[in-house]
Ligand binder design. Structure first.
Ligand code: HEM
Length: 388
């Protein structure tokens, strides 16, 4: 079940107990008293003094509220957040998602026609999920370019392997995000109408707690979806999935390609837990305090295989058997609250893009990838016009 993983070359070594067997992963997710999510938002690379001081200068703090909350207050807070993403509210957003997706795809088609190339990450994957998330939460739709940059920087600061200089840059960005967020929380609590921050305030959360939740949600609620869309578009255009680019213009085909990517190389391939006490999983003893990395998607050991290189988790080894799709959004009391929304957005955006750009062909077959401990996607999906 487990092995001590070694992080990619060039990074400091950081051991996790890696759990790949889907049954064991599910078992751990369903035993929250023994396997706590308290380490969910802890920086993979410890943040060094200078960067820490930048964060402290804005009183940056991520007290446990939702994803990393292992106390009894989790259920009530989850209910408040979940009320903004009910199945009915998500379904009612479909026309709006389609409207934005169609406009973005038309713009990408125009850009392709004018300049001969377009980056689909920026033109179609990046902004629609952010706009939809803010609209669902009742928050003002503004500063979208900054929000996208902050999200990527914070993912790298907390889930990547930045060196000291890079940490300092990323901490500056995280501090900017946090300051913006605190202002938004202050403004939203007194604003007319319903919004998430006001509801959390009414539920009794303090401003640092609301900021902590906002910091996680404003990243998790859109950048992960952008990354799922990016990988799906890339694999479609590369021609390595079960669906062709032309077929993806049909909604069912687009959906099945999104599911394929979720099952094989989701944007959130792993998630963490820490054992709160000595425990046993699949007959193996796990000591209290063990940092556990759960594999949710993609690169499973075939029976009898052993693998100790964590880079294999990052989607580079697609020869391996995919995990059950059922774990990609987690499982149990912390299961992702945005699963339905993410699938819907990805399906609609992929479908509308394939429909609007039938002539698109992949221009860059080897883009740079985001490769963090728990996030992955191509940074760009550059297409050019080709023959139909
Ligand atoms: C492709 C997109 C997404 C993926 C792959 C994904 C994946 C995950 C995973 C693996 C977890 C941890 C589950 C656990 O600990 O059991 C999680 C938690 C969470 N996700 Fe997502 N997510 C995505 C999009 C979204 C969106 C769009 C939203 C909101 C609009 C969202 C909101 C949340 C929240 C609030 C939690 C914490 C739930 C809790 O602790 O109770 N996610 N997500």
């Amino acid at each position: 079940m487990g092995s001590v993983a070694h992080l990619p070359a060039g990074s400091s070594q950081c051991p996790y107990l890696v759990v790949r067997d889907p049954e064991a992963v599910r078992d751990i997710l369903h035993r929250p008293a023994e396997f706590s999510p308290a380490n969910a938002l802890i920086a993979v690379t410890p943040i060094a003094g200078p960067a820490l001081r930048v964060l402290q200068s804005v009183r940056f703090a991520l007290p446990p509220v939702l994803a990393s909350n292992d106390t009894g207050s989790h259920a009530g807070i989850r209910k408040v957040v979940g009320s903004f993403f009910t199945p009915a509210k998500v379904a009612a957003m479909e026309p709006r998602i389609r409207e934005l997706a169609r406009a973005a795809a038309a713009q990408a088609a125009g850009e392709l026609g004018r300049s001969g190339q377009a980056d689909l990450v920026q033109s179609v994957a990046a902004f629609t999920p952010a706009i939809i998330m803010l609209e669902l939460l009742g928050l003002p739709v503004r500063d979208l370019a900054a929000l996208k940059r902050w999200g990527l920087d914070s993912m790298e600061l907390f889930w990547g392997w930045p060196d000291g200089d890079r940490q300092l840059e990323l901490a500056g960005s995280a501090a900017g995000f946090y300051t913006w967020l605190r202002e938004l929380v202050g403004e939203s609590v007194g604003a007319p109408g319903r919004n998430l921050f006001k509801s959390l305030h009414d539920h009794g959360l303090s401003t640092p707690e609301i900021c902590s939740l906002g910091y996680f949600l404003l990243i998790a609620g859109q950048e992960t979806t952008t990354q799922l869309i990016s990988t799906t578009l890339f694999r479609l255009l590369e021609g390595t999935g079960p669906v062709t680019w032309a077929e993806a213009a049909d909604e069912e085909s687009a959906r099945s390609m999104v599911w394929h990517v979720l099952a094989t190389e989701s944007s959130v391939p792993t998630w963490r837990r820490v054992s709160a006490q000595d425990a046993t999983v699949a007959g193996q003893a796990i000591p209290a305090g063990a940092e556990i990395l759960l594999e949710l998607t993609g690169t499973h050991d075939l029976p009898g295989e052993q693998e100790e290189d964590l880079t294999l988790l990052a989607g580079t080894a697609r020869r391996r058997r995919p995990t059950a799709y059922g774990l990609v959004f987690g499982s149990g009391i912390h299961r992702c609250l945005g699963a339905r929304l993410a699938e819907l957005e990805a399906t609609v955006i992929v479908q509308e893009t394939a429909a609007a750009l039938p002539q698109a062909r992949l221009r860059d077959h080897e883009p740079d990838w985001i490769r963090h401990l728990s996030f992955q996607a191509p940074k760009t999906v550059t297409v050019m016009a080709g023959k139909c």
